[in-house]
Design a protein around this ligand. Structure first.
Ligand code: NAD
Length: 360
């Protein structure tokens, strides 16, 4: 039976970079004889314009019935005055919660060809390859009660609840241990167990889970030290696992170690390995429609989709190799260009990846 991918390009540069990823998918199908069907839907601002809401019930049903979703980016100034409940980003959040996409995988990989693009010294980051596994549907971002109340003395007080159930920690730990098994065999769990009881429980549960993964070396780090170590000696890490809020901050920090947001893919998975795959960056309205966007994060998101949700690791490897080959040839979009390299547009970069994939 053919596998189903739902393609949701979204807004801004989303449709431009998605078009390049779909060209690469066609080339991959041709080279590897893959049986994949692609359906298309609207999300974000594009869906608000067409359906009045950022994610229609029809599109959500399509998502539920897909093996994987390839997502572009949403948002832009056109929809900034929408009420909070109908903002473009709500489409993305609804997909995450409705499909229970609790595991966010964010690789921070620095292709050696781009070591100069990092704000850190090249020797600290060249060849960097970290995977941050972030819990995505729990923790303080979702905990109840939450709100702003007025105290008896008239002063306002804001409050949120940081809560994790044991089962939530267990399932994200399992994803992280399995990812570490497929990579360098090292897992660092990040918490603040010296101050927060909830992360004390987190640490206990991760240790309990480690009993099933004797081939993975487990370590623990407080989040403040982890932030420091990420900029001091980032190559010490293989896989990091942490809760929603710490993961949000650390994964952006790790992303910037690589120098270009236009190069970074991500995956969000549920317990059935159904997943949504998207670049880390947003819809970049400042360069939308100008053939300037870097399509490589979207193309690398496609590679992750093939590896994690469709079990096509060989094809994923070939796409990642094609991206590396394109960089070897000195081809660059504006966000990663440096002296001596050839500046290319979005479409030309997509064509170059297709060419490398088909003529490898
Ligand atoms: P952004 O990531 O869209 O852009 C930040 C900067 O990076 C801009 O200068 C942009 O031109 C550049 N950039 C981003 N992607 C690039 C690419 N592929 N190639 C070259 N340059 C690239 O973040 P922002 O400006 O803060 O947000 C713009 C819009 O995107 C907002 O509406 C925001 O809400 C939305 N957003 C969406 C997502 C998402 O869909 N997951 C994530 C973040 C922001």
């Amino acid at each position: 039976m053919s596998k189903q991918i739902l393609c949701l390009p979204g807004d801004g540069i989303g449709p431009e970079i998605m078009a390049e990823a779909l060209k690469v998918l066609d080339a991959a199908k041709q080279r590897f004889g893959l049986d994949i069907e692609v359906s298309h839907g609207l999300v974000g601002g594009a869906a608000i314009d067409h359906d009045g809401v950022p994610l229609s019930d029809e599109t959500l049903a399509l998502a539920r019935n897909s093996d994987a979703i390839l997502f572009g980016a949403v948002g832009g100034p056109k929809w900034d005055d929408q009420p909070m409940a109908n903002r473009p980003e709500k489409g993305l959040l609804k997909l995450r919660s409705e499909l229970d996409l609790f595991a966010n995988l964010r690789p921070a990989i620095l292709f050696p060809q781009l070591a100069e693009a990092s704000s850190l010294k090249p020797e600290l980051v060249a060849g960097l390859d970290i995977l941050i596994v972030r819990e995505l549907t729990g923790g303080i971002y979702f905990g109840e009660p939450r709100g702003v109340r007025t105290l008896e003395n008239g002063e306002r007080e804001g409050y949120n609840t940081y809560v994790y159930r044991e089962s939530e920690v267990r399932r994200i730990a399992k994803v992280a241990f399995e990812a570490a098994q497929k990579r360098g065999g090292r897992l660092c769990s990040v918490d603040k167990s010296n101050v927060l009881e909830v992360t004390g429980l987190w640490r206990e549960v991760v240790i309990e889970e480690s009993a099933g993964y004797n081939d993975v070396e487990l370590s623990h780090m407080y989040v403040d030290n982890a932030a420091m170590q990420l900029v001091r000696a980032p190559k010490q890490f293989d896989v990091m696992v942490t809760g929603n809020m710490f993961g949000d901050i650390l994964s952006d920090c790790a992303a910037m170690l690589t120098g270009s947001i236009g190069m970074l893919p991500s995956a969000s998975l549920n317990e059935k390995n159904q997943g949504m795959y998207e670049p880390v960056h947003g819809s970049a309205p400042d360069i939308a429609g100008e053939n300037k966007a870097n399509p490589l994060a979207q193309i690398l998101s496609l590679a992750m989709l093939l590896r994690y949700s469709l079990g096509e690791g060989t094809t994923a490897d070939a796409i990642e190799k094609a991206v590396s080959d394109v960089l070897d040839k000195g081809y660059r979009t504006g966000d990663i260009v440096s002296e001596g390299c050839q500046l290319m547009g979005t479409v030309e970069m997509g064509d170059a990846v297709v060419d490398c994939l088909l003529n490898a």
